[in-house]
Design a protein around this ligand. Structure first.
Ligand SMILES: Nc1ncnc2c1ncn2[C@@H]1O[C@H](COP(=O)(O)OP(=O)(O)O)[C@@H](O)[C@H]1O
Ligand SMILES: [Mg+2]
Length: 220
């Protein structure tokens, strides 16, 4: 077993005097599919935000690929986020005025990938999430499940090492949930590390390892 991809050491997060995370130690291994479960308000999203360098801990260290993340260096942090991480949220946050294809292209264009190449690669990604033929639709012309699949394709735009997904199937029916789980399982089989927050036990059961949270702590 190599070095962990991501490590959290003694993480605390306090907001307005409230302790939301209380001493989290966790290693995410390369190539694993990890799920985080726990009651609403137990700190799952807060933890995922820190893992994704979207929020800074009040105390403790985050190591990414063995290096300590310096939260004072905004540039370094965006570099990791933009190049190595992919995010999928419960609400997809697609840009409503852009087509599915354009939504997937956005992160590629930000990375400086030429338009033609970005367009071609985005079309391939949409095909991989079974949206071939729907590239030119705007989000409102797609079903909830299809929108979430566009969001997954967009999360894959930078070919991330690590995907962080916060209740990615929270708004989906069972059929679409299945499709999304199949996509994640296949991505993971091909080597992508995935951390998924879910409150659905049967989905967590399909991952390599389950972390249980309670009141800002990992309890199992
Ligand atoms: N920005 C914030 N300001 C104040 N309290 C917050 C904020 N974000 C989260 N919390 C609180 O932190 C706790 C954990 O929230 P969260 O991480 O969203 O839990 P979960 O995702 O497990 O439902 C909750 O009690 C929530 O109200
Ligand atoms: Mg949450």
């Amino acid at each position: 077993m190599g070095k962990p991809l991501l490590s959290l050491r003694g993480i605390f997060r306090r907001i307005e005097g409230e302790e939301i995370l209380r001493g989290i130690d966790l290693d995410v291994r390369r190539g694993e599919f990890l799920s985080i479960v726990g009651a609403s308000g137990s700190g799952k999203s807060s933890l995922l935000y820190i893992m994704g360098l979207l929020d800074r801990p009040s105390e403790g260290e985050v190591l990414f690929e063995g290096r300590r993340v310096n939260f004072d260096r905004e540039e370094e942090i965006s570099e990791i986020r933009n190049r190595k991480l992919g995010f999928v949220f419960q609400f997809h946050y697609l840009l409503p005025e852009l087509t599915a294809l354009e939504n997937v292209m956005v992160p590629m264009l930000k990375l400086g990938i030429p338009r033609g190449e970005a367009s071609e690669r985005s079309a391939q990604l949409l095909e991989s999430v079974e949206l071939k033929g729907k590239e030119d639709r705007k989000p409102h012309q797609l079903s909830g499940g299809e929108q979430q699949r566009v969001a997954i394709a967009r999360a894959l735009a930078n070919d991330p090492l690590l995907i962080l997904a916060d209740e990615p199937t929270g708004n989906l029916d069972s059929k679409n949930t299945e499709v999304v789980m199949d996509i994640f399982t296949e991505l993971n089989r091909r080597g992508t590390t995935i951390v998924m927050v879910t409150h659905e036990e049967h989905l967590a059961m399909r991952t390599d390892r389950i972390i249980q949270m309670k009141d800002g702590r990992v309890v199992g």
